[in-house]
Design a protein around this ligand. Structure first.
Ligand code: FES
Length: 107
């Protein structure tokens, strides 16, 4: 496990998303009512950049063809139900946002 400082909490206000790259791993961050989630920023359909899509409550919609995912679990919602994008633990330390990566599950 490795922890990466990715931004300050003030850079990700509620309702917003942003893209980060951790050693070539594309990750989206979403702030849902003050809770920050980290997830794979690559859509399971054709790799669309999810953090460039639309965030409504816990649901992110891919900007390319509209697949949707729950940022809490990574589960797809519609369509097709049952796919999943990776999600990552987030830690807040002194208002800095950290993402924890388990590289053993990324390879
Ligand atoms: S690439 Fe995301 S819906 Fe097609």
């Amino acid at each position: 496990m490795e922890r990466f400082k990715v931004c300050h909490r003030s850079e990700l206000p509620p309702g917003s998303m942003r893209y980060i790259d951790i050693d070539g791993l594309p990750i989206g961050l979403a702030n849902v009512q003050g809770t920050i989630y980290a997830f794979s920023d690559s859509c399971r359909h054709e790799g669309g950049p999810l953090s460039a899509g639309v965030l409504i409550e816990h649901t992110v919609t891919c900007p390319w063809h509209g697949w949707t995912y729950d940022v809490r679990s990574g589960k797809s919602i519609v369509p097709p139900v049952g796919l999943r994008i990776a999600t990552y633990p987030v830690e807040i330390i002194d208002d800095d946002v950290y993402v924890v990566i388990d590289w053993s599950s990324e390879n």
